[in-house]
Design a protein around this ligand. Structure first.
Ligand code: ZN
Length: 100
């Protein structure tokens, strides 16, 4: 990611509320080994967003709510982008691919 190697490791994270974690110091994403399918996909994407913000330096701004930004991208930007991409592939004209 941006020329930085980030490892993805799978282990038992124990806590039911903790699906994944990113350590910027170690450049490691840890994912709970029980996750499958969409939860696994979405959790890796979520932790990759944390990694991108850490690597870019944005995570170190003095006033900054990282979890809110990651959730905005997770829950608003990417679902919208995926709908747009799907429609754009079907009919690649701007008129038919407007995002709502
Ligand atoms: Zn998070």
């Amino acid at each position: 990611m941006a020329g930085v190697r980030v490892l993805i490791k799978f282990r038992d994270l124990g806590d039911d509320d903790c699906y994944g974690a990113y350590s910027h110091r170690r450049k490691v994403i840890e994912i709970d080994k029980t996750l499958k399918g969409k939860d696994l996909h979405d959790t890796i994407r979520h932790e990759m967003l944390h990694a991108a913000l850490g690597i870019s330096g944005l995570a170190y701004c003095e006033s900054y709510e990282e979890e809110a930004i990651v959730r905005c991208m997770d829950e608003i930007f990417f679902p919208a982008w995926e709908r747009f991409s799907k429609r754009f592939k079907e009919k690649p004209t701007l008129g038919s691919a407007q995002e709502k």
